[in-house]
Write a protein that binds this ligand. Structure first.
Ligand code: NDP
Length: 348
């Protein structure tokens, strides 16, 4: 089973008509392979907001758009099921940033190694034995994004106030917990009362609110952050970012991670920030980042830290699992509509 992009969607809500699910009766075997190629049985696929930007058919994504008629690709983890490559014997576990949304995938590891955006990574060494879903879950790209963005861009100091948006999601839930462990006052926003209760009761953060049911973000943030905001981990952009800027402290840091509130809007519909001068007057560091270049320098340290936290019971990571690769489009739509709760993955 493979999921293809049927029709690009420049803006507005995704629909099932944007996708096509193709099935074939024949499984790829060794006989179908060219020298060096392998067949991977996909186990888990990561569903992430940046994929939406790749479905626009425009230059909206920093990685490039999917083409109609081609399989959608995202981060995937699986096992080699057939091989003509001695470096990848049957059973080898592999992670790739560019797995098709399919049950099986045929790869030439040598060709894939030519770009970090497609490179196959063998799961060996200390991370070989953790559960396979960890590689798209607690040790996955969004969790790493949280860790890097908070530590390297947020530069947290105990006692400071951290605000996090989309706080129950893949990135957010990791940011808030790391923030608490570093002695920050953590204030978070999420889109349902159930998510808010999880943030307060399970992740034990200082304050959380449902941004869909408050009238005025600026006023709410002022009440919940009486000493102002020192660090903002921005997952949503738009009006929420504007309200943070109205409450920002001198020399605050903003980790500009994403702007999901704007991803489905046309240029003319996008929210125009009004409080940008607050960045100047308050000498705020407002830094965007993309996580991929930091794997070689920071991933091993991140993984060691997080494995230790998980094993000691001090780190929760909620997954939102959809079963069956044919249901990946529904999982993607859930993410864009805020109907996911935790890190969204597909169990292939
Ligand atoms: P999540 O798991 O948090 O899922 C997306 C969530 O965004 C939804 O659950 C919903 O939560 C929220 N959301 C959806 N629409 C809106 C909206 N209109 N306004 C406000 N919130 C909305 O996703 P991730 O944690 O994977 O990603 C979070 C952000 O981080 C995204 O902007 C993403 O692009 C970015 N990102 C950036 C990376 C980088 O390298 N810079 C790497 C990974 C992610 P709710 O119910 O709370 O509204």
């Amino acid at each position: 089973t493979t999921v293809l992009l049927k029709e690009s969607s420049p803006y507005g809500k995704l629909a099932t008509s944007n996708f096509e699910v193709k099935k074939t009766d024949k499984l790829p075997t060794e006989a179908d392979l060219s020298p060096n190629e392998i067949v991977v049985r996909n186990r888990y696929i990561s569903i992430d907001p940046y994929l939406r930007n790749r479905m626009t058919g425009t230059d909206g994504s920093y990685i490039g758009s999917y083409k109609p008629g081609e399989p959608i690709t995202s981060i995937g983890v699986g096992e080699v099921a057939a091989s003509l490559n001695a470096d990848y014997p049957v059973g080898t576990k592999v992670l790739t940033p560019s797995s098709p949304w399919s049950t099986y995938a045929v790869y030439d590891p040598v060709k894939m190694a030519q770009s970090p955006l497609t490179q196959l990574n063998k799961l060996e060494g200390p991370l070989a034995d953790v559960p396979l879903d960890w590689h798209v879950g607690v040790l996955g790209m969004p969790s790493f994004t949280a860790w890097y963005g908070l530590l390297e861009i947020g530069k947290p100091k105990a006692g400071e106030t951290l605000v996090v948006s989309a706080a129950s999601g893949a990135v957010g839930q990791a940011v808030v917990q790391l923030g608490k462990s570093l002695g920050l006052r953590v204030v978070a926003a999420a889109g349902t009362d159930e998510k808010v209760a999880y943030l307060k009761d399970t992740l034990k953060i200082d304050a959380a609110f449902n941004y869909k049911t408050v009238d005025d973000y600026t006023k709410t943030l002022k009440e919940l952050c009486p000493k102002g905001i020192d660090i903002y981990f921005d997952n949503v952009g738009g009006e929420f970012l504007d309200a943070v800027l109205a409450n920002i402290n001198r020399c605050a840091r903003i980790a500009a991670c994403g702007a999901i509130s704007q991803y489905e809007k046309s240029k003319s519909e996008q929210y125009g920030i009004k409080n940008l001068m607050s960045v100047v007057g308050n000498e705020v560091t407002f830094q965007g980042f993309i996580i991929s270049p930091y794997y070689p320098t920071h991933y091993a340290k991140f993984a060691q830290d997080i494995v230790q936290r998980v094993k000691s019971g001090s780190f929760n990571y909620k997954l939102d699992i959809t079963k069956g690769i044919e249901n990946a489009p529904q999982a993607m739509m859930k993410v864009m509509e805020g109907r996911n709760f935790g890190k969204t993955i597909v169990e292939v």
